[in-house]
Every structure is written in C-alpha cells, then in structure tokens.
Design a protein. Structure first.
Length: 383
C-alpha cells in the first residue's frame, strides 16, 4: 500500500506549483506519481499568475520553489495568506540556507525539502494536508464561537430592552389603575370622615392612614419598576436610589457629584443608573460593609461613576462565577455605549468604576456634596 492510500479521499490533489523550471516541475510530478499520489498540477512563476490562480481555482496545496527569477516562496506564501485561505505550503528548493528555511517555516510554510532528495515529499504533503485541515477546523470553530458570542450579546441587549419595556408598562398600570382607584378611595374615606358619625369618622381616619401607607408602597413599587431616571432626571434618581438603599439596609451611604445637573440620553443615563443599582445590591448582598460612597464626575465628553465600599472585598474567582451575571452585564452595557467597567479592590473593600463617553453639553458645573439628601419629587405622587 502506498503512502497516498491513507488519504481519505482519492480524488486527484489539486496542486499549485510555483516553479520557473519546466524540467523541475516534470521531476516533481514524476516523484508524486511514483509514490502513488494522484495530482492535477498547475505551474505558475510570477506574482500575477499566482494571484490569478488563487482567485480562479480551488487548491489543495501549494508547492513552491524558493527562489525564482521574478518571484519567491516567501512572496508566494504571502499571496496565499492574503487570499485568506488555509492551504498547505511546502517549499522545495535547490539552494536555501537553514536560516531562510527557519524563517519560511516561521512565517507559515509547512515544510521544506531539498530538490533531488524528494523521498520525503509525499509524506510531507500528506502531513501538511492534515495539519491544514486541523487549522481550518479550528478556524471554523473560532468563527462559530465568535458568532455565537455576538448572538448572545445581541440577545442580552434585547432581553434588557424587553425587561425595561415590560416593567415600564407594569409601572404605568400601577400608576393609572391602582393609583387612580386609591385616590378615589381617599375621597370617599374623607367624605365619611366629614359626614359620618363620630365612630365612623374615627374608623375613616384610621383607614385613611392605612391608605396613605398603601399609596406610598404603590409609589415605591412603581419607582422600582420604572426607573425614576426616566422621569426625574439622573441625579435625583441616583439620590433616590441611595436613600432607598440606606432605608433598606441601614448601611451608611454618601453621594458626591461635581455637577448640579446632568442631561444624558436615555442609554447612558440607564447605564449609570443600572450600574449604581447593581453595585448597591452587591454591597448589600456580598460586602458586609459599614459604608459606601458614590462619586460622580462629569467633564467634557466623559462621565465616571465610582462606587466604593469598605466591606470584605472580592476574592479571586468572584468575577468568573458561572452563574453570576450582574457585573458581567454591567460591563456589556458599558461597552455597548463605548465605555468600560472596572472592578478592583478599593482602599478597603471593593471599588466599581464606570466610565462612559457623554455629550459635551451634558453638564452644568457646580459641586454638590451631600449625604444622599432629598430625592426629587416622586413621580406619580399625584396617585
Ligand atoms: N461589593 C462587593 N464586595 C464583595 N464581593 C463582591 C462585591 N460585589 C460582587 N462581589 C462578588 O462578586 C461576585 C459576582 O458579582 P455579580 O456579577 O454581581 O453576581 P451576583 O451578585 O449575582 O453573584 C459575587 O457573587 C460576589 O462574590
Ligand atoms: Mg450582583
């Protein structure tokens, strides 16, 4: 059994041979035939012919002389690489120094043989073919993986949009329906308080105070669902979020901003808002912190938001947890609008830093340094 029989398919190999000597070309073909490899070969000897051949034909492998009058194996290799195809490339040459051979292999040639000692040609060719096959499969796998990651990114972005829209719709219903009915209920109770007998009036007052709490809860649900950033603007929304965080967790929190107003488009505003939201949830869930500080710095074209806590800090592997998507999602969000997210050990605890590009005219200067003071007017406070 000849070496060539081990090839899975025995259709003639399509060989592109870069060679200026017709005689050497014939010798090469004779060697291949003798060793039982069926080929159909085409000879080229200039860059133009080579480029044309690469553009016109399908090839299984390239065998190239090293030094031709107006062309060379290194240039031929470049033509193959520029075509984007992965093809076995074997140099067969009379005179090539060891250094040149090494350089050729480094730049992607598969093998190098000396003319007149071609016994190794067929095995070398078969080896190169299976190596190229492996490279092609690897390339396909990489491309498939990249495409799948792309799809995943788009899906994530889509999901976030869907979730945001869905929540906004529920928030609208809470405001319009529940809010409306609660308001009607308050009118009725206040009528009973004014017109009922003393005992009914007392009960109505009691019911009204319960109702006030229900209304507050409805407002809170509504604001949790529909980020107030969409109604009240970013800075009041961040303030409100910190207030809520303090109320819920009892962890001290301070907020400082170098600007008094900030006009951002919906996307960057939501990115900043969600970054603070997830970071605060993380502080509450993981950090065991006593306090957290939030610093917002907006300057020409650039906004940074830093959330640092004084908790236990992150440990190696935290960011790679297979089921944790919080910080990963934030990083994706930031990248989508041309920014980045950095998570690092702070002085103590953890520091999350978001940096995004913003429009130049987004800020009005001034320095507010509050301990997460009063939030803006509550959206839907008419409910
Ligand atoms: N502020 C923090 N302090 C300490 N550890 C943190 C902090 N934020 C995040 N981590 C760690 O990083 C991990 C990944 O966080 P995240 O991506 O938000 O996912 P999740 O909160 O769902 O676990 C957390 O599980 C936690 O171990
Ligand atoms: Mg989290």
């Amino acid at each position: 059994m000849s070496a060539a029989d081990s090839r899975p398919s025995r259709a003639p190999l399509k060989l592109l041979v870069v060679e200026d000597s017709e005689l050497d070309f014939e010798l090469l073909l004779a060697t291949l035939a003798r060793d039982g490899l069926a080929v159909s070969a085409t000879r080229v000897e200039t860059r133009e012919q080579m480029t044309q051949a690469m553009a016109d034909g399908e090839w299984d492998a390239v065998i190239s002389d090293h030094h031709l009058p107006v062309f060379s194996s290194i240039e031929a290799l470049q033509v193959v690489q520029a075509s984007g195809r992965i093809l076995p490339f074997i140099i067969v040459s009379g005179m090539i120094g060891e250094e040149t051979a090494v350089a050729a292999m480094k730049s992607g040639a598969d093998d190098y043989l000396v003319k007149g000692r071609l016994a190794r040609l067929v095995p070398a060719l078969l080896n190169a073919l299976s190596a190229a096959q492996a490279r092609r499969e690897r390339q396909r796998a990489i491309t498939a993986l990249e495409e799948s990651e792309q799809r995943l990114r788009r899906l994530l972005a889509h999901m976030e949009t869907v979730v945001d829209e869905e929540r906004a719709a529920i928030a609208r219903e809470v405001h319009d329906d529940v809010g409306g009915m609660l308001t009607a209920l308050r009118f009725d109770l206040s009528w009973i308080e004014r017109n009922g007998d003393a005992r009914s009036a007392e009960r109505a007052r009691h019911a009204m105070s319960t109702l006030a709490q229900v209304m507050q809860t409805a407002q809170r649900i509504q604001r949790n669902l529909r980020p107030p950033v969409l109604d009240a603007g970013l800075l009041p929304a961040l303030d409100w979020q910190l207030e809520e965080f303090k109320r819920r967790t009892g962890i001290a929190a301070s907020f400082s901003s170098n600007v008094e107003t900030l006009e951002l488009a919906a996307d960057p505003a939501m990115t900043v808002y969600r970054t603070l939201q997830e970071s605060l949830i993380n502080v509450a869930k993981h950090a065991q912190a006593g306090s957290v500080r939030v610093d917002l710095i907006a300057s020409a074209g650039q906004l940074s938001l830093e959330i640092s806590d004084d908790g236990r800090g992150m440990v190696a592997g935290d960011l790679d947890k297979p089921t944790s998507f919080g910080l990963r999602g934030l990083a994706e969000r930031a990248e989508r609008i041309g920014g980045w997210l950095d998570v690092s050990p702070g002085e103590r605890g953890t520091c999350v830093l978001l940096s995004i590009p913003i429009a130049d005219a987004a800020t009005a200067a001034g320095n507010t340094d509050t301990a997460a003071g009063d939030a803006g007017p509550a959206p839907g406070s008419s409910a």
